[in-house]
Design a protein around this ligand. Structure first.
Ligand SMILES: C[S@@+](CC[C@H](N)C(=O)[O-])C[C@H]1O[C@@H](n2cnc3c(N)ncnc32)[C@H](O)[C@@H]1O
Length: 298
């Protein structure tokens, strides 16, 4: 009888991919297909870099390595937890962040705008002061601080637990002096002054959609996903409060995700520029301070 070929990283990726497809997992937390999800988990278990040679991919694995992969892959299937919660990490705008189930798994397409240095909406020299509303893991505010080394960033969240994760990410990326975290309801205290750029990925999923969501989402904090008023409650308050916190030439960059058509319909008087994203996703709107100033004050 022929002996089975030894397991390798490559064979375990293909095996995990097949199992994920069979189990009909949902992919929307950093990957969008079974192959990438398998690579993410297998490489994590084996501590492999994403760029690795064929020789490494085809090297025989030890029994201990195979069981480590098996445990992770089985857990992804049996618990339906997003892969990032199983590994405790996720990449955003080219940087690695610690995550746990107190924070949303980082995936906002705002990453693309950060990597593009917010061109053409921000001044070429970059924004001096940035506010990140609903910072979660801190990914948006910290990635912005890393992109603009002279910028000062304030980041708010209403969840103490999320801010604890964000604080560890601030320390990890050594931006302690430039990123200040605030436990606050959307906006930090007025004394913090005005911002050149406000970035916000607030909760925007209508409560009514909770029952339709794939199980993976239900492992994320409800506070990070759902908003009253058909998903518009927090966006409405951000629109009302943003102008008075922006500098003259400032702008708000909002991730409204799949709720963007409802935002467009609810605020017909507001000129929102919906960004054409190069790397997938939708719902990123840019609104100037001048536009927002037309909103009733908060
Ligand atoms: C969609 S998550 C975004 C997290 C992170 N910015 C990201 O993009 O991965 C929304 C975040 O807003 C926070 N949040 C919810 N209501 C808030 C409020 N009233 N004021 C401040 N933050 C709030 C949640 O705790 C959550 O961390």
């Amino acid at each position: 009888m022929a002996r089975a070929a030894p397991a390798t990283a490559r064979s375990l990726v293909l095996q995990a991919e097949r199992r994920f497809k069979r189990a009909r997992l949902y992919f929307g937390h950093g990957t969008d297909n079974a192959r990438d999800e398998a690579v993410f988990l297998v490489f994590h278990a084996l501590d492999l870099p994403f760029a690795c040679s064929d020789a490494v991919l085809d090297a025989p694995l030890t029994a201990a390595e195979v069981s480590k992969v098996e445990a992770l892959v089985s857990s992804r299937i049996s618990t339906r937890r997003p892969a990032a919660y199983l590994t405790g990490r996720m990449w955003f705008a080219g940087h690695e962040f610690e995550v746990n189930d107190d924070v949303l798994v980082p995936r906002s397409p705002i990453a693309e705008l950060i990597l593009d240095r917010f061109q053409p909406w921000a001044d070429a020299e970059g924004p001096g002061r940035i506010l990140d509303i609903g910072t979660g893991s801190g990914c948006i505010g910290i990635a912005a601080a890393l992109t603009f080394p002279d910028a000062q960033v304030d980041a708010t969240d209403i969840s103490r637990e999320a801010l604890a994760v964000a604080a560890r990410n601030v320390a990890r990326h050594r931006v302690d002096g430039r990123v200040q975290l605030h436990l606050a309801d959307l906006f930090p205290p007025r004394e913090r002054g005005a911002y050149d750029l406000i970035l916000a990925n607030p909760p925007y999923v209508p409560e009514s959609e909770r029952v339709e969501l794939p199980e993976e989402y239900l492992h994320e904090p409800a506070l990070a996903l759902f908003a009253a008023d058909e998903g518009l409650a927090l966006i409405r308050r951000i629109f009302a409060g943003a102008a008075s916190r922006l500098t003259e030439r400032g702008a708000l960059v909002l991730d409204a995700g799949g709720t963007w058509p409802e935002v467009e319909a609810a605020f017909p008087e507001l000129s929102i520029l919906w960004v054409e994203l190069q790397h997938g996703g939708d719902g990123i709107g840019v609104i100037s301070r001048a536009e927002l100033a037309r909103m009733p004050l908060q």
